[in-house]
Design a protein around this ligand. Structure first.
Ligand code: MG
Length: 345
């Protein structure tokens, strides 16, 4: 198996703001290609600065992951469990880098077997819920324009965490009175502030509230959940399956992202762990190309809520493949593996 990669500049349709300062400065991602027996598997590492990953850390560890594959797989792309354990021993952290390699290996495994990955897992595409589409923080005028562009999407995710959250939310609710709305505060609020906002969120019929407070403020999450009729979802507080037990009683659901958890097999473990503890699961993404979204799509039939708009927020996409339709539905691949085709040369 031969691993290679290239750094790709992401150009968003709109400048993207979330509550966390400095979170959205760099817009680069790493595209990973693994070749085996004439087949090509694709993966993508969209580094999450919040967890200490950058394009530089990703490209620094990829050669070590390639060596771990070489040493463990003996050329067998179906030895997924053995390979992923070897990668974890080689690189304990660097979740986005490991996820990229995991996704590419699953792509190859599906191609070897001649089935899409979701079929390889025995899943039914009809079970996938609709996805939301994200409206980032902006001036009211720009937000109204974004809302117009998002007119066909039935579910919107609203990024909050400013000193004018109420105004922003009112703008969106007025412009989209019938749409399902979700709120993500990206850790920007305190528990006290969130309790004060709850009546407003209920008045605007918010479907769910994602990560209102700091990642380590589990007591804050617990308090909010006790007072909220709106389900509370952990995103920044939940990276891998190992985070699930301590979140029990603090949240109603967790937001699973491949770039956070480290790959397809860990994603499945996280879903099982959440179910065992009676927690719901949301499937999320980063700002990333269709290479990463295609991997997330394979998991879509197993979750309760979906937010896989990462590639839909881009001005250009180097891949064609499965992803988000403009009516919020998930487009699955019928071709083997992840169903990707690179189209930028
Ligand atoms: Mg989030």
């Amino acid at each position: 198996m031969k691993l290679s990669f290239d750094v790709y500049d992401l150009r968003p349709l709109h400048t993207f703001h979330v509550a966390r300062p400095g979170a959205e400065t760099k817009r680069r991602t790493v595209l990973v290609r693994i070749e085996s027996d004439g087949m090509v598997g694709w993966g993508e590492a969209a580094p999450i600065n919040y967890y200490g990953e950058t394009v530089e850390t990703v490209t620094a560890v990829l050669p070590r992951l390639a060596s771990a594959i070489e040493a463990s797989a003996e050329g067998d792309v179906l030895a997924l469990d053995r390979i992923e354990r070897a990668m974890e021993r080689a690189i304990g952290k660097n979740a986005a880098a490991r996820a990229a390699v995991s996704n590419a290996l699953h792509d190859l495994a599906g191609q070897r077997l001649g089935v899409p990955v979701w079929k390889m897992w025995g899943l039914d595409a009809a079970d996938a819920p609709l996805s939301s589409f994200t409206i980032g923080i902006d001036e009211p005028e720009v937000m109204r324009q974004k809302l117009e562009e998002a007119a066909t999407y039935p579910i919107l995710k609203v990024k909050l965490g400013t000193d004018r959250d109420e105004e922003l939310l009112r703008t969106i609710r007025d412009a989209a009175p019938a749409k399902t709305l979700r709120v993500d505060a990206n850790t920007a609020w305190t528990a006290k502030q969130t309790l004060r906002y709850l009546p407003m969120l209920e008045e605007y019929a918010i479907e769910l509230l994602e990560q209102p407070v700091a990642a380590d403020d589990l007591e804050g999450l617990r308090l909010i959940r006790q007072h909220s009729t709106i389900p509370v979802v952990a995103d920044e507080s939940c990276r891998t399956a190992a985070d699930i037990p301590r979140l029990v009683g603090c949240v109603d659901a967790v937001n699973l992202k491949l770039a956070k958890c480290g790959g397809m097999r860990e994603a499945m473990r996280l879903i099982h762990a959440a179910r065992v503890h009676n927690l719901g699961v949301m499937l999320g993404c980063m700002m990333e190309t269709t290479a990463a979204i295609a991997a997330a799509v394979q998991l879509a039939p197993t979750v309760d809520w979906i937010d896989v708009d990462g590639a839909a927020l881009l001005a250009e996409d180097p891949f064609r493949g499965p992803g988000l339709e403009s009516d919020g539905r998930i487009r699955f691949n019928t071709t083997p593996g992840l169903g990707l085709e690179r189209i930028d040369g």
